[in-house]
Design a protein around this ligand. Structure first.
Ligand code: GDP
Ligand code: CA
Length: 335
């Protein structure tokens, strides 16, 4: 425990989109509180790419973009996704052509990102390189790594009473159907053969602390842990691995993670998610688990799973509150 060589800790965060980006803003703020100017040297974010998809000829990376825009300060905080002050002229034109998905809005500025990304990919850049190019535009204060360079989009098998089980892209299930079709399974085809993106396993191995952010356990953290090599890197790192519960008072704060948890047979509770990730002393990935104050009664049940557990305020209402959560996680890790 403690920071190797003393000084500022090297933090690795595993994150999805909206919840993940609020947490990452907190991690950057926590480093600033410690007087760290070059936080990109100390903060590495491993981002879920299971939400990615091809649409109208361009590659979308919703979680990558949520985190990038939030760190750059250009995200739409009201709506929760996309760019501030965006317009939808191109989207209207795509709809007029009958192209894309009528229920999936692409903002004009956002499309600029997708076009740039797609161009780089077509020129032969890997997703890792694309993220570097994107990060070079703004001073993000964090190094962003995709979980893998492989395309491993999330497919939901939904139960349709009339037609039987049917596979559907995660974005169609989430955005068009608002998770209303009963999911039977979540898969990332090809993920068994995917490798962690370059730098991911090394960052986890060299970290002073690894934080599993309060993101959707099934479709944000789940795909990251499903990349062979990431789970074993977490199990073998000398760094403490501390998770933060996305459940407050037995409910998901926003979104439909409860539907995802129910589908894989996990209770929507701080204990349920802790059990899903598991303790490193067993066959899981966590040493410690922060639960919300509202779930303080769950602390003993989490400890019974072999985890160090503590109750703290977990509302990420602004970067300062998120930084308090990160500080609490760093304190548990002894850094
Ligand atoms: P997405 O990829 O955009 O769906 O975002 P994430 O997967 O990163 O995060 C979604 C999760 O964040 C949801 O399951 C929420 O329960 C959780 N979440 C959102 N806001 C908060 C908050 O203020 N505190 C905590 N603890 N969790 C939150
Ligand atoms: Ca997501």
């Amino acid at each position: 425990m403690g920071v190797r060589g003393g000084g500022t800790p090297r933090i690795v965060v595993l994150a999805g989109g909206v919840g993940g980006s609020k947490f990452v803003l907190g991690a950057r703020e926590a480093l600033r509180r410690r007087g760290v100017a070059a936080s990109a040297d100390h903060l590495t974010v491993v981002v879920n790419t299971g939400d990615d998809l091809w649409l109208s000829g361009v590659r979308l990376q919703p979680d990558v973009d949520s985190i990038t825009y939030a760190l750059a300060g250009v995200n739409d905080t009201q709506r929760g996704w996309g760019r501030q002050d965006d317009s939808e002229r191109v989207n209207a034109e795509l709809q007029a052509w009958g192209a894309g998905w009528p229920w999936f809005t692409l903002g004009d500025l956002d499309l600029g990102t997708h076009l740039a990304r797609t161009g780089w990919l077509r020129d032969g850049a890997t997703p890792t390189r694309v993220l570097e190019l994107m990060a070079a535009r703004w001073d993000l204060g964090a190094r962003l790594l995709p979980m893998t360079d492989a395309e491993v989009d999330t497919i939901v098998t939904v139960d349709e009473p009339e037609t039987g089980p049917r596979p559907m892209h995660f974005q169609e299930w989430w955005t068009r159907h608002r998770a209303s079709l009963r999911p039977l399974a979540f898969d990332n085809p090809g993920i068994e053969a995917a490798a962690p993106a370059p730098g991911v396993a090394d960052a986890i191995a060299a970290a002073d602390v690894v934080l599993v952010g309060p993101s959707n356990p099934v479709v944000s953290i789940g795909p990251i842990l499903a990349v062979p090599g990431i789970r074993s890197a977490l199990r073998h790192t000398d760094a403490p691995v501390v998770g933060v519960s996305p459940i407050i008072g037995g409910r998901v704060v926003r979104g439909m993670a409860d539907v995802c948890l129910t589908a894989i047979g996990v209770e929507t509770s701080a204990v349920g998610v802790a059990g899903l990730y598991g303790a490193r002393s067993g066959d899981g990935v966590l040493d410690s688990w922060l639960v919300a104050q509202e779930d303080a009664a769950a602390v003993n049940a989490v400890r019974a799973l072999g985890l160090d557990a503590h109750a703290r305020p977990l509302w990420m209402t602004d970067p300062a509150r998120s930084a308090d959560i990160v500080d609490a996680a760093l304190a548990l890790a002894g850094v």
